[in-house]
Design a protein around this ligand. Structure first.
Ligand SMILES: *[C@@H]1O[C@H](CO)[C@@H](O)[C@H](O)[C@H]1NC(C)=O
Ligand SMILES: *[C@@H]1O[C@H](CO)[C@@H](O)[C@H](O)[C@H]1NC(C)=O
Length: 341
């Protein structure tokens, strides 16, 4: 049974669509991809009731056309709840393992070849899916394998047994720092978390102007424009780099152009603009079902995040991520220790 790839979605449809298309064009089988709609808008998207400027807009028709699956969460879940929801799917769907990825990534297989695979035109070429399954095969030789990470945690492979052993994610720590809590607990129980390589998975906040570039359609060049430009006066120039290398192989030339564009998009995201501004681009949807003010949503998430940090501090008596190495804490110390700050 092939492990599925889960991609959670809350807002910013163009970014999600790019992630999905990039996985498909990188060679991940569409029918193994599950977009998890976690918008809190109930059936509104399935019925086509939202419009493009609504941050929670998701087009079911387009996803189905791409051949990917859609799973809806019954209500809006936090990050930690969503992770536990993924775990719950392993029971209802009998998935022994699963991959999950962030929605703000752009994925390219190693088409130019490297130490992990020959280039696309050579015998034995391994696209992302092959390398990801090989990483799974290798992980399974380790009886304590917990997770495998590709390109930091842009894509992760999960062993549900490990998650189960530590009691899953702590939903009282809903967003940031919940990963510290989870990964520390996995390490405390000796589950291994190792890095693996399968593709170039780039963290982005913008989209390529025309996703057909990912399909290498003739005449479509990879470039991007900021959909949410900063106010005039601030430096927000978008650099759309040209694929100007000389390359005899037109396919590789297009691939390199894509790779460069993705790289430029990465630097753009991690520049002065602040990495999460992409989530604030759409603010329409007033009068539509389950409308929620978009700035209010962002602010509420910040408040919830901060409350989670406080739970983390009280749970471990420690403020930072280094629970084991820094504070010498063990699994049984949860909620049992005096604070060290
Ligand atoms: C979804 O996309 C299809 C195809 O582009 C389009 O015809 C349809 O109107 C879209 N649905 C919504 C709700 O925007
Ligand atoms: C984890 O490994 C350490 C060192 O080998 C061992 O002392 C400890 O008992 C192990 N803990 C668990 C939960 O397996």
């Amino acid at each position: 049974l092939a492990p599925p790839l889960l991609i959670g979605f809350t807002r910013s449809w163009p970014i999600l669509l790019q992630a999905v298309v990039s996985y498909v064009t990188a060679g991940w089988p569409a029918d193994q991809i599950f977009v998890v709609e976690n918008t809190g808008v109930q059936q509104a998207n399935a019925r086509g009731q939202l419009t493009l400027q609504n941050p929670f807009y998701l087009n079911h028709t387009i996803l189905r056309t791409l051949g990917v699956n859609i799973i809806q969460t019954p209500t809006l879940l936090t990050f930690a709840q969503l992770q536990n929801f993924y775990l719950s799917l392993t029971y209802t769907k009998n998935w022994p393992y699963y991959f999950w990825s962030h929605m703000d990534v752009l994925t390219l297989s190693y088409e130019d070849g490297n130490e992990h695979t020959p280039k696309y035109s050579d015998k034995g070429y391994k696209p992302i899916y092959t390398l990801a399954l090989e990483a799974l095969q290798k992980a399974r030789r380790d009886p304590r394998w917990g997770t495998r990470w590709f390109s930091y945690d842009h894509l992760a492979l999960v062993n549900p047994l490990a998650y189960e052993d530590v009691g899953g994610w702590d939903t009282m720590i809903p967003y940031y720092i919940t990963d510290c809590d989870m990964h520390a607990r996995l390490a405390m129980r000796n589950w291994t978390m190792l890095d693996a390589k399968a593709a170039i998975i780039t963290d982005v906040s913008t989209t390529i102007d025309d996703l057909l570039a990912l399909y290498r359609v003739d005449g479509i060049e990879a470039k991007f424009t900021d959909p949410n430009p900063p106010p005039p006066g601030k430096d927000g120039a978008v650099v759309a780099r040209r694929g100007d290398e000389k390359d005899d192989d037109e396919n590789l030339r297009r691939w390199r152009k894509l790779q460069k564009t993705a790289d430029t998009m990465f630097h753009y995201k991690h520049g002065d603009r602040g990495r999460n501004t992409w989530q604030l681009g759409q603010h329409g949807g007033q009068d539509e079902p389950f409308y929620y003010n978009s700035a209010g949503f962002a602010e509420a998430i910040e408040v919830t995040t901060e409350s989670g940090r406080e739970v983390f501090r009280r749970k471990w008596g420690h403020r930072d991520c280094d629970l084991r190495e820094g504070a010498g804490l063990e699994f049984g110390d949860q909620w049992m220790v005096e604070k060290d700050f």
